[in-house]
Design a binder for this molecule. Structure first.
Ligand SMILES: [Zn+2]
Length: 194
């Protein structure tokens, strides 16, 4: 998301180098607004229900594309509560237990994914946001190569299940795309005087 005008004073924003990057900032001396454009946290649930994993298809998505239940964290809400609330709102399922799987990038949408394993019970009833769902046995799971998919992969791996990624376009299996972070770029770019 980009602002053209300052949301505080209405002046046009300009591009300025601030804290090592180009930022859209307000140059009115009394204002000082900077659009930092930091990623927004998103909650994602690897839902375990009756021994299977629940995948859902958003009504706005192309046909056959299933993924995790996700949603934004609300103000004044813990992430654990937030993921349970999202699950209740979108599927009517109740949460028995949540445990953190990990935190993942989703740079394409400038979001940060906080992924939980959620043990759920109850009767499934989808909200209007979701078009359909499916329940997949963990050993049959095929994983998409993106932020929420990496969370599924990490959870499956932690439980000793096979980790199989596939290409959403072709439907074919692909090699595991997860890579360890390379911090050498950071080491080279940040030089402090000694
Ligand atoms: Zn301003």
């Amino acid at each position: 998301m980009q602002y053209r005008f300052c949301p505080q004073c209405g002046a046009p924003l300009e591009v300025l180098p601030l804290s090592g990057r180009e930022r859209h900032a307000c140059v009115q001396s009394e204002c000082g607004f900077v659009h930092w454009n930091n990623p927004l946290p998103v909650l994602a649930a690897v839902v375990e229900y009756e021994g299977k994993l629940l995948l859902a298809r958003n009504a706005a998505w192309p046909h056959k594309m299933f993924a995790l239940v996700t949603g934004f964290l609300e103000r004044d809400e813990t992430p654990e509560f937030g993921v349970a609330r999202e699950l209740k709102e979108e599927t009517n399922l109740d949460t028995e237990a949540v445990s953190l799987i990990g935190v993942y990038e989703f740079m394409r949408k400038n979001e940060l994914i906080i992924a939980y394993h959620v043990k759920a019970y109850g009767n499934i009833a989808l909200s209007e946001e979701l078009a359909e769902y499916k329940l997949v046995a963990p050993e049959d799971m095929r994983i998409w190569s993106a932020g929420t998919g990496f969370a599924v992969a990490d959870w499956l791996q932690s439980r000793g299940y096979p980790v199989r990624f596939f290409d959403r376009q072709t439907g074919e299996d692909i090699p595991d795309p997860r890579r360890p972070s390379d911090f050498s770029v950071l080491r080279a770019s940040l030089q402090y005087p000694v």
